[in-house]
Design a protein around this ligand. Structure first.
Ligand code: AMP
Length: 193
């Protein structure tokens, strides 16, 4: 089972991703984690992307394409969850090409939908509680990431919606509520099969 998970910063995408990974034994493919690892190791790639990531902007598509092509071609798991990719239309088109070439099927495209005022409240609360663990998790950068999400990533939701592939999940309940809704969709299919 292969899944794409969308969600604005603060929508709970990481938390839901973890639940799905454990439940279905999926491999997480997170471009953000791969890039952070490169920054941590101070590799050539890491040095190139560090400042961009700190600002909340997107790193160049060519870098992401190369990371993703490598990762997907090495993938031998019984399923993966794409977390943080595709982030713009160009990346979505590229993903289509890669999956076709590799004969991979995307089974679910979930969007964890949270109202923007709630996201902004969460962002401000996080800043007040001072639980910032990443350099791009300050309220200032989070607001920038939200802007980038609205500008570049929201059109990707429309892209999948126009192909009737997008499943929007109301992300405003508790963690359990939200995961319950996602699991309902998957389990219904599993029962039918
Ligand atoms: P994330 O952990 O997914 O929130 O990503 C953290 C940061 O890594 C983003 O703010 C971007 O700077 C960069 N990044 C992650 N994934 C992508 C992507 N698919 N395209 C461009 N930049 C990305």
């Amino acid at each position: 089972m292969n899944i794409i998970l969308f969600g604005a910063p603060g929508a709970g995408k990481g938390t839901q991703s973890k639940i799905l990974i454990e439940m279905f034994n999926l491999t997480q493919i997170s471009t953000g984690d791969m890039l952070r690892d490169a920054v941590y190791k101070k590799s050539e790639l890491g040095i190139k992307v560090e400042k961009i990531m700190e600002s909340g902007e997107l790193v160049p598509d060519e870098i992401i394409f190369s990371l993703m092509t490598d990762k997907l071609s090495q993938n031998k798991s019984n399923g993966f969850i794409l977390d943080g990719f595709p982030r713009n239309i160009k990346q979505a088109i590229k993903l289509n090409e890669i999956t076709k070439e590799m004969s991979l099927l995307i089974d679910y495209v979930f969007h964890i939908d949270v109202d923007e005022d709630i996201l902004i409240d969460r962002i401000k609360k996080r800043a007040m509680e001072d639980i910032v663990s990443r350099k791009d998790d300050t309220s200032e950068v989070l607001l920038e990431r939200l802007k980038v999400y609205n500008g570049a990533t929201k059109p990707v939701l429309e892209f999948y919606s126009s192909k009737n592939q997008l499943i929007t999940i109301n992300g405003m309940g508790s963690i359990k509520d939200v995961s319950g809704k996602i699991l309902n969709v998957i389990n219904k299919d599993l029962e039918v099969d």
